[in-house]
Design a protein around this ligand. Structure first.
Ligand SMILES: Nc1nc2c(ncn2[C@@H]2O[C@H](COP(=O)(O)OP(=O)(O)O)[C@@H](O)[C@H]2O)c(=O)[nH]1
Ligand SMILES: [Mg+2]
Length: 358
């Protein structure tokens, strides 16, 4: 799973990437260079409680992978533009970063912030790129010398997608059936990817609780079903370089209850149907991500293929019961400790230990 940060140059993608991943890219590399990969921890208060209980030697948070993809500029070569588009294509989900903040540098290079247009124009770009691909595919199938049985079903579906795009809707708003997804196997469309919107605001906008076009943006995203959050990337990045106790103070001073990373991770978990399960012990407390609906055998496979192959059973109790009872033995005495088979559907917050043979 890889989430691409996309949007116009100077919207703050690289600043946000640095904030999320805790990395520092060489100055300017963000705009002239290539895409960058990095991963961010998924903030989870439950890890804190588990660690205070088990006092493990190692604490490991779940992680989400991000890719900082530079926006295409007018003066980019065709080659570079198509390389950047391929980076967008290979991401599993997209976060569009939109500039609402004022900064001397950005305003000088890219003009005053115009977040509504920026938001809408990017969506239109995704749509145009998809229309282009769809028209070519339809023409190719129609002109083929070796027609196949499912061609007419294919064309009907591609035309439905085309029609959706022509009425300015993203493919991800359609909710495709399993059969339709099967027919599309291997073909990926940009506007089919889950898309999240991050409005990058500055400190004075944060304090004022307002930025240009705020209402219009809320209406547009609600109408398109696009999850929306506001982040103050620059200020949060600066805060993240301070000592931990100072960080809290500055966050409170800005009136920030949750970090940008926390908001983004929660939004991604919800929209991409992800859950976390835990493994615990005095050597390590660790959170693992899974897709919602995954079964115990798949959870075992996240840890090691040997555990998946030699799976005997899963010993499971839920984090909430542990917090309630205060200890694993308490959970056991209260009868909340369960033995589950490989088909068991894992739920968010399960604490699992696997029995297996090798
Ligand atoms: N005031 C302010 N400036 C920002 C913010 N985010 C980015 N910037 C500045 O805007 C410029 C472009 O940011 P950058 O992250 O390189 O944008 P990118 O082109 O989308 O990667 C830089 O000068 C940043 O310091 C923000 O949240 N607030
Ligand atoms: Mg950049």
């Amino acid at each position: 799973m890889q989430i691409g940060l996309v949007g116009m140059p100077n919207s703050g993608k690289t600043t946000l990437f640095e904030l999320l991943t805790g990395s520092k890219l060489a100055s300017g590399s963000g705009n002239n260079g290539e895409a960058h990969l990095g991963s961010a921890i998924v903030p989870d208060n439950r890890i804190g409680f588990l660690s205070s209980l088990y006092k493990p030697r190692k604490i490991t948070y779940a992680r989400i992978n991000f890719k900082d993809i530079p926006g295409v500029r007018m003066d980019d070569s065709k080659n570079r533009a198509s390389r950047l588009l391929d980076e967008v294509r290979s991401a599993d989900a997209l976060v569009q970063v939109v500039r609402a903040f004022n900064s001397e540098v950005a305003n000088q290079v890219a003009g005053n912030p115009d977040p509504y247009s920026e938001l809408v124009n990017y969506g239109a770009d995704l749509i145009l790129a998809d229309i282009d691909i769809l028209e070519k595919r339809i023409a190719r199938i129609e002109n083929t010398k070796k027609p196949r049985k499912e061609d007419s079903e294919q064309i009907a579906l591609l035309e439905k997608l085309l029609h959706t795009l022509e009425s300015e809707k993203l493919i991800n708003s359609l909710g495709l059936t399993t059969r339709e997804k099967e027919l599309l196997a291997g073909q990926s469309f940009l506007s089919e990817k889950p898309l999240f919107i991050v409005i990058n605001i500055d400190e004075s906008q944060l304090r004022a609780g307002s930025y240009p076009d705020k209402k219009k943006i809320a209406e547009y995203t609600a109408q398109k079903g696009l999850p929306l959050i506001e982040v103050c990337a620059q200020a949060e990045y600066e805060i993240s370089t301070l000592a931990p106790d100072e960080q809290l103070e500055f966050m409170q001073d800005l009136g920030l209850k949750e970090s940008g990373l926390g908001k983004l991770a929660r939004m991604a978990y919800k929209r991409l149907s992800m859950i976390s399960f835990f493994t615990v012990g005095d050597d390590e407390v660790k959170a693992w991500t899974l897709s919602k609906g995954a079964i115990a055998r798949q959870a075992a496979g996240r840890i090691h293929t040997d555990i998946e192959r030699g799976f005997i059973r899963a010993e499971v109790f839920h984090y909430d019961r542990l917090e309630e009872m205060g200890s694993a033995s308490g959970v056991r005495e209260a009868g909340h400790f369960r033995l589950e088979g490989k088909e068991y559907t894992v739920t968010d917050g399960d604490i699992i230990s696997f029995r297996f043979n090798v």
